[in-house]
Design a protein around this ligand. Structure first.
Ligand code: TMP
Length: 215
């Protein structure tokens, strides 16, 4: 399969959206065909699932129901958008992917790691990102940033600082297990400085892959 699959991971307020957007703009300016997307909510069906997952109306949602909805969103996203784009040789940049489920639903909520890994493989047809940027930040700093950006928090953002600390620790453990895929960056850096670091790493990979450009 051609293409390049890049994911951004990290806790709330780590700046994933900003960095994903800046990387997409930089790659497009350099002639690459880029699909910028996110989970949950990267497809029309996924937008509905995202609303179900994040609405405060569903505060009684069970942990198992939550897991299944994230996976349903991903199954549709991979088959409808990500795999076709990679087959066309595009660069796919995705905010959150399988590692989010391991970090939030396993490390955060305590659901089985083996089960989550098996279901992740099932819904993604075992697709793995070529590279994953983990934007690491202190949970208290991330949540403070979030409160500046958003007027109200969603169902998962509302969870305790303790929960977000477990998610952060989980992410660092996942990254340690797969050092060849993960690049852990300091998300407290100024956004432009961080963007430059990310561009340099992506540049190295593109040089090795020799991916086609549109112009
Ligand atoms: P976002 O606000 O970064 O788009 O993500 C929505 C929320 O969903 C965020 O709090 C993280 C959470 N999430 C999970 O708990 N598990 C998952 O598998 C994914 C993709 C997101």
């Amino acid at each position: 399969m051609g293409g390049l699959f890049i994911t951004f991971e990290g806790i709330e307020g780590s700046g994933k959206s900003t960095q994903a957007r800046m990387l997409a703009e930089w790659l497009r300016a350099n002639g690459y065909d880029v699909v910028l997307t996110k989970e949950p909510g990267g497809t029309e069906l996924g937008e509905y699932v995202r609303q179900l997952l994040l609405s405060l109306q569903h505060h009684r949602m069970s942990e198992r129901c939550e897991l299944m909805l994230f996976l349903a969103d991903r199954a549709q996203h991979v088959s409808e958008l990500i795999l076709p784009a990679l087959h066309d040789g595009k660069v796919v940049i995705c905010e959150r992917f399988t590692d989010s489920t391991v970090a939030y639903q396993h490390y955060g909520l305590g659901l089985s790691l083996e089960l989550i890994e098996e279901l992740n493989n099932f819904v993604t047809h075992s697709l793995k990102p070529h590279i994953t940027f983990l934007l690491d930040i202190e949970p208290s700093e991330g949540l403070k940033r979030l409160q500046h950006i958003k007027s109200s928090l969603d169902r998962i953002e509302m969870r305790s600082l303790e929960f977000h600390k477990k998610v952060r620790t989980g992410y660092l453990e996942i990254a340690k297990r797969e050092p060849e895929r993960f690049i852990v960056v300091n998300a407290s850096l100024p956004p432009l400085e961080l963007a430059k670091q990310i561009q340099e790493r992506v540049s190295d990979i593109l040089n090795k892959l020799d991916l086609a450009r549109k112009h």
